[in-house]
Structures are given as C-alpha cells and as structure tokens.
Ligand binder design. Structure first.
Ligand SMILES: NC(=O)c1ccc[n+]([C@@H]2O[C@H](COP(=O)([O-])OP(=O)(O)OC[C@H]3O[C@@H](n4cnc5c(N)ncnc54)[C@H](O)[C@@H]3O)[C@@H](O)[C@H]2O)c1
Length: 403
C-alpha cells in the first residue's frame, strides 16, 4: 500500500480518529514506510536524525536548514535526502507524513503551526514555544488538527515516570506538599556553558540570516548569535527552557499538576560573564493550586549533584535521576511497614513512540498538552526573573512578550 492508496488511508485514518475509535496499526502494509522531513538540523537535529533512522520502516526524505553547512552534513549522512534552505518547500512536499522540528526556540511556533497547517504529524523539540501567546496558539492548533504531536520531552517516556504514576496512584507517597528538583553542570575556567565556536563557513553568503531572525529587529549578519542563540533572550528561554522544562513536565505528569498559580525566580549571570544575557545560576519556586510548591535550582559552576527530582510525600519519597530507575523510601511515621524499592518499568524510545502513534493515530507520551503546561511554567519563571518579582499566572498572561 504505497503512495496514493496509503496516503488516502492515512487521511481517512485521521478523519476516522476524530469521530470513531483509532484504526489498528496492522491495517498498514508490513513494508509501508513512514516518510519524514526535518526542519533545523543542527546539534539536536543531528541526534534526532540518527534516532529516527534507527526506527524500522521509516524513510528520511527531506530536510530544511538556513545554513548550508547543515544541509551538506545531512547529505553526507543520507545521500538521497532532499535539502532546502526554505522550510516551506519541504512542507509543500505532499508525500511527507511527519516533520521533526529542531530549530532555535524563537522559531518553534512558526514551524509548529505551519507543519500542522500543511497536514503533517509533528515531533517538535522542547520548549514548545518562546512565549505564552505562542503556546496558546500552538495548543489550540494541535487540538484542532487531529495530527499526532510529540514534544521532545523525552523524560515523559521514562520507566521512572510509569513507576511514579503507579506508586502515587497506589498511595505509597501520601500527601505531597513539596517537590525539589535540580540540575547542575560545570565547565573549565574561562569557558562558559553552551558557548560554541563559530565555523569559518558561517557567513552571510551561507546563511539565510533574515529567516533565522524570524521577525526580530534586522541587523547585519552575526555568526556568533546564529550559533550561540541560547545565550540571548530574543532567541532563547535560558536554562529554564533548555532544562527545567524536562523536569517540570515530568513532575507535572507524575502528580497530574495543572498550570502553576505563581512563580518566582532569582539568580543571575554569575559563573562566566561572557556577554550572555540568560542567567547561569537559578532558583525557581513554582506554586501550584493543589497546595504544592515545586522548586528547581541550577548552576553551571558545579556538577556534583547532576540532575534529579525528589517528590516528598507524607507517606514516602520518590527520587528520580534521569535514565535511572525510580527509587522509593517509605516514611516510617505513616507507613511503618512500608519497604524501600527500585522501579522496574522500562524506558521507551521517545522517537519510536511518535512513529508508532503515527501508524495507530494514538496519543504519544508527550503530547502538545504537556508541552503547553511545561512551557507556561518556563515562561512564568523567566518573566518573574526579568521583572524581579513574584508573578501570578494572570499577571504573566497580561504581559506582552518583548525581545
Ligand atoms: N530534547 C533534548 O534533550 C534537547 C537537547 C538539545 C537541544 N534541544 C532543543 O533542540 C532545539 C535546537 O537546539 P540545537 O542545540 O540543535 O540548536 P542548533 O543551533 O545547533 O540547531 C538549530 C538549527 O536550526 C537552523 N535554523 C535556524 N533558523 C532556521 C530557520 N528559520 N529554518 C530552518 N532552520 C533554521 C540552524 O541553522 C541550526 O542548524 C532547541 O529548541 C533546543 O532546546 C533539545
């Protein structure tokens, strides 16, 4: 069932999914390939390219990137791939089923909305958007579209999350009022976290600079900003968007938390004063309506404690370190006979989970809805940092994003 008939099937499946039960994956022929395109194939895009090629019955047919070096790299890995500078040409390709977006944060919402408008399924890197109004638009589009949307929040596919949800449901943890989470890194003296060298071919001739700017004020080509966009607010959401988002999404899913009611974030550029705008030292407090406070702290000058989350309950504690089994300790006060244990649920392949759902029209592990809630938490924290005050959800919503 190749080409037209299969495409018709996928279309009918999507329509059917809106009204009836999802069709079974077995309807697809065994040799049917899912055809994938990619937008923005830099560092992360290259990881995702390798991941998607490992999934069986997937064909990577096209990629779009504003920088010629990235197109050449993709061609060297996948000689048959079609390459474009303008992503709209890729979206015009009728026989692409799904698109993976790994562009810089400030372009996510454009690529997200245009991919859905073109009728493709979508794997969109985190954080879902650069701002709250963009998050509202993307969630609404995802809900309206019947497309399979997976956000690149791969912690949502961990066995630790399966175990956490189960153990919380079974009452092992009791009443949770506080979750603490942290993420830490270090670099050699004089070298700031995230700073990348600018390749000699990164020039105005080889880059569509205005497509990268995506509506930000026009200016002469700046290779440092193209490569190191993460360091600047107009393109980035700093470490909350880069890393807190993974952990806050995991915590929100584990405890089924709604949007935060308020956020406070302190910190600054303390580790390396290298011209960056986004802070390297961060302490975030998020208040939730269910009487829960979540804290997240991060530094770029010490990595001893690495990355982790602790859910602190009246009846037990859950501790999570990425890619490790979940651990549980009972609170003897309320569970005198409880025993400590380690989780056993396996991790899932986040990319394969998306491809599988494209076939079944099922809901993947990190749909737009958790992309949305985690993005709002990120934006509230950053707005609080910029305003140097505690900020409620309503106040955050009332702020017009600026760069
Ligand atoms: N899930 C994860 O664990 C994870 C890890 C790293 C990065 N990320 C996310 O992946 C995204 C990309 O990060 P990165 O480190 O790969 O950045 P990068 O700068 O290495 O790659 C971005 C690519 O997008 C291209 N690009 C820029 N503007 C474009 C446009 N208008 N159209 C098409 N291509 C364009 C750039 O040329 C570059 O090749 C970010 O959102 C980041 O947060 C996720």
């Amino acid at each position: 069932m190749r080409s037209q008939s299969r495409r018709t099937f996928l279309k009918q499946a999507a329509i059917g999914a809106a009204v009836l039960a999802y069709p079974s994956a077995t309807i697809l022929g065994a040799n049917d390939r899912v055809r994938i395109g990619m937008i923005g194939v830099g560092d992360r895009g290259n990881d995702l390219l390798d991941q998607v090629r490992k999934v069986s019955r997937v064909e990577l047919v096209a990629m779009a990137d504003v920088y010629s070096r990235r197109r050449d790299q993709a061609k060297s890995k996948v000689p048959s791939i079609q390459t474009f500078s303008d992503y709209r040409q890729l979206l015009d390709m009728k026989d692409i089923d799904g698109v993976i977006v790994a562009s810089p944060l400030h372009i996510h919402s454009r690529h997200f909305l245009d991919t859905l408008a073109a009728g493709k399924d979508l794997y969109a890197e985190k954080t879902m958007t650069w701002s709250i109004p963009e998050a509202d638009k993307c969630l609404a589009a995802a809900k309206d579209s019947n497309r399979v949307v997976q956000i690149g929040l791969q912690h949502e596919s961990t066995g630790a999350l399966t175990d956490a949800k189960q153990w919380i449901k079974e009452g092992w943890v009791g009443k949770v009022t506080h979750v603490e989470s942290w993420m830490s890194r270090n670099t050699p003296h004089g070298k700031g976290q995230w700073v990348r060298p600018v390749p000699s071919d990164c020039t105005a001739q080889n880059v569509d600079w205005s497509a990268f700017l995506n509506g930000r004020p026009d200016r002469p080509f700046d290779g440092f900003k193209l490569i190191n966009w993460r360091l600047f607010w107009e393109f980035s959401g700093g470490n909350c968007a880069e890393n807190m988002v993974h952990q806050i999404a995991w915590i929100m899913t584990a405890l089924d938390l709604p949007l935060p009611s308020a956020a406070y974030m302190s910190g600054g550029v303390f580790s390396e004063k290298d011209g960056r705008e986004v802070p390297d030292t961060i302490a975030v407090t998020l208040d939730f309506p269910k009487d829960i406070v979540v804290t997240w702290q991060s530094t770029f000058s010490n990595k001893h404690y690495d990355l982790g989350d602790r859910i602190l309950g009246s009846d037990g504690t859950l501790e999570h370190h990425f890619e490790e089994p979940l651990e549980y300790w009972p609170e003897k006060t309320n569970r005198p006979n409880g025993e400590s244990t380690k989780g056993k649920a396996p991790n899932q392949d986040h990319m394969k989970n998306w491809i599988d759902c494209m076939r079944t029209r099922g809901t993947p592990n990190a749909p737009a809805e958790i992309g949305y809630r985690s993005a709002i938490a990120v934006h509230m924290a950053n707005l609080s940092y910029k305003k140097k005050q505690r900020i409620t959800l309503e106040e955050a919503r009332a702020i017009t994003p600026e760069w």
